[in-house]
Design a binder for this molecule. Sequence first.
Ligand code: MGD
Ligand code: MGD
Ligand code: SF4
Ligand code: MO
Length: 887
Amino acid sequence: MREKLRLEKMARANSVRPGRWYSTTCKMCIHTCALRAHVSNKGVVDKIEGDPTSPSNKGKCCVKANTGAMRNYDPYRLKKPVKRTNPRKGPGEDPGWVEISWDEALDLVASKMKAMIEKDPREFCYAITDFHKIYNWAWPGQFGNANQFHVIGTYCGGAYHVTAGIYNSAFAGVGDYERCKYWIGCGTGDGFSSHLHVAAAQRMMADARDRGMKVVVVEPRLSTSAAKADEWIPIRPACDRHFVLGLIHTLMYEHKIYDAEYLKWFANGGYLINEEGWFHRSSTEKALPPEGRPEGSMRWFRQTREERYKPMVWDPVDKCAKVFDDPTIKDIALEGTYEVDGKKVRPAFQYIKDAYKEYTPEWAEKITTVPADTIRRIAKEFGEAAQIGSSITIDGEVYPYRPVSFNWYRGAQGHKFGTMDNQSYILLNMLVGSYNAPGGLLGVTLGSPHMVWTDEPGPDGILDPKPHQLHPEVPFAWPPNTTTLMEIMPLGVDPGQFNQLTLTDPEKYDITFKPKICLLYHSNTVWSNVGNVEKWHDIMRSFEFVWAIELFHNESSTFADVILPDRTFLESWALLMCEPPATEGLNCRQPVVEPLGETRDSYDILAEIAERMGTLPVMNDIYSFITGLVNTPDLMLDPQKRYTHKEFLDRCAHYWTRSVWPPERGIEWFMENGHNTIWRPPTHKYYMSDKRGRDMRRPFYCEYILQQKKHLQEQLKNVKLKFDWSFKDYAAFPDGSLSPVHSEPPEYDMYAITYKEHFMNFTENLSIPWIREIADRDPHHVGLIMNPKTAKAKGLQEGDYIEVRSQFGQLTGWLVYTEGIHPEVIGVSNATNRTVTHSPITRLGGGQFNTLLGNNFEYTDLCTGAMETVARVKITKLPAPPLPERY
Ligand SMILES: Nc1nc2c(c(=O)[nH]1)N[C@H]1C(S)=C(S)[C@@H](COP(=O)(O)OP(=O)(O)OC[C@H]3O[C@@H](n4cnc5c(=O)[nH]c(N)nc54)[C@H](O)[C@@H]3O)O[C@H]1N2
Ligand SMILES: Nc1nc2c(c(=O)[nH]1)N[C@H]1C(S)=C(S)[C@@H](COP(=O)(O)OP(=O)(O)OC[C@H]3O[C@@H](n4cnc5c(=O)[nH]c(N)nc54)[C@H](O)[C@@H]3O)O[C@H]1N2
Ligand code: SF4
Ligand SMILES: [Mo]
């Protein structure tokens, strides 16, 4: 031990020069782990570590954080505004960048923007994806504009956040690391490589496994999670819901394991459903919005008259139907068929169980390739580990104890029918009573305090649904005012992919305006968006003016007319915690070094442009509104004043600590102390108990989604759409509908998938030497991965140069063998599909993965905007070009 310490000290002594530590916050991925950065007396960052005082990452950080200094000192960073001199745009064209002064750059942008808003603000499209400054997402709101031009919502959380909002008032969800004993991870890197606060989650996962938690991973690929799990279940892509429907069937019909008490009292498993699929409602008893309810709750004023009558349950003791909140209810029936008011009705549980009769393990095996016996066994293990009936006392309060969780993210639900995918995983957790129980699956907030967890009772005794986690609902209108068609997606998350459809053929979508200006701020939308990439290039060329706020050149900013250089996280401000898995509070990012070159903080850039456009007062009002500052006259922004980012955050710090996490603190306190993070308090709102929960039942049967569909259909009655708009994605509970990727022409005989890894942030950090070295040593990230059995059957071998072609696009690469992939799947790592970068260190690939994906309504979940992120492809061997250097 002593030797180890001595060596550790030596290592530190070698890597750091005399200087001091600063508390700050990481931004090498979307999350925000607390860090400390060591800065030498010469003002150079020479070491980055996790902040040992943070209860979230507890002194740990991941490899990406370690490379923060390399990002900062990257010689190819943009350090001055640049303007293109070559009007021809696209790959292969040298934009002919020339450096210009800030004055010239800002004048140019402001004058173009001003002319545009004076004419028609709908001519502005924007891709803004900086999660650390989420208030900047609202910047275009000052023009009343909502033409989002990115897929940050719909590639990953489109359906996930909407359903988490409806079913749990949450932004995300994850197993209770502290108390879970049996963890299934499906299409997610949670706890290992991606999703919520990787560095913090890895630590929590390691601790949980140390105390014996079993981990099962369901994945087409031997991912980091799968490799570390107790069991890997390889699955055919885009059918995880079918696997889970198989588990639910088995638990309901074969093992007969389910948490009846949870389904009766904490969910609406006992609500009576009529043959048309609606709640059977009392004909006399009407519910009214609770007194003192804040104005503007969409859900209450949206309800039709008929929907205001209370839903009913069957009391098997008194043998009659009663309204759900009748105090005389002795018990609630979950099963059976009854006649009430002359109508045939069934409890929701029975209704769903009947619908799931056909979803046997054998049915699921045919679709998923997971053996029926495995499905039976996993169902049994999961059901038994839930310890249904057991309870736990925490701080004197008794809770149901259900130490199992089914976890999932992008891979499991980034698909056509993504809404139903999410619903199925939620239903499985509900079925065993683990949804919000200690040990089970718990809600996670987005993290910004103004969007902090607020669950509250809604109509029908059910939790008030909060589907709109990122911005308020876009009201119905036709013709549409957005290029994303949000007007006909009452539950949607802006489907940025639809820009490709609406901008290519505006008439078909009744778009009466023509977008001319595009802003790319912290968004590589040409790389990250789905659909044929040449079509994206055409759209980028069709804008009259493109401006970007970036650190680097990339696939998208190569189309820009002007690029304004942002500061790195070591030079700039932020105050938040993004998607904390088990903690709450604020982390402060502060400049720890002098900024390089003539860069500026993106907040300050946007404020200055607003000032030059004459819209600063509106910007300030909007920022006051979305941060909540509007509630406190002493902290609200003065519309006329231009604040620096630090001044703005100082006000947020005061307000957020005053209102959410007292004691009140200003930014100076955070600069000194780093964060005010607390571990989820035990008797916390996250757990459901008898005291909390009975008036906020979770919708095992989600009539609300059907109501949304009905309202939309009514609004569309008077409109003649020139395209087919399906409503199949709206469902009260999930069924076995299949994504169209499973029925493509037979020559597309393989599935192509993509994935993140712990060392990669999408793909943008592959320009960092340490990251590039890691990627180069891992076969999963140097070529297109395929199972050798499949390759041999196709007459291919490792090292072959191959083309991967879908109905929509194609890419090329070198074939790499791995046993760690489902035989029907080809893996396209994010590390293999860059096409334009700022740095010679990044290896360019033979095309972008997303060009393989279908970008149309058939491949989109039209309830939420989530899209199919799996492609069907055929593989052909090509003559090999010379191997690139270092391959
Ligand atoms: N290290 C790291 N962490 C990140 C990010 C990052 O880029 N790097 N990005 C952040 C963001 S914005 C997001 S959205 C999250 C994403 O977090 P995750 O959803 O955890 O990440 P992905 O790698 O996109 O997808 C998870 C896994 O799904 C698998 N997969 C693909 N198709 C299927 C399928 O059909 N079924 C199943 N079961 N699995 C499938 C992939 O092989 C992959 O391992 O991570 C966040 N955190
Ligand atoms: N093939 C493929 N496509 C994907 C995914 C995938 O895994 N594979 N993931 C999908 C998901 S889940 C998401 S959320 C989206 C993400 O999509 P994007 O948000 O477009 O993701 P990035 O490529 O990381 O682009 C972010 C850009 O921000 C820049 N940047 C980094 N730090 C800063 C900063 O501090 N300031 C400024 N101004 N810029 C900065 C980087 O240079 C980078 O070019 O992509 C989706 N598309
Ligand atoms: S998980 Fe993200 S925020 Fe946390 S240390 Fe790693 S790169 Fe930084
Ligand atoms: Mo994402």
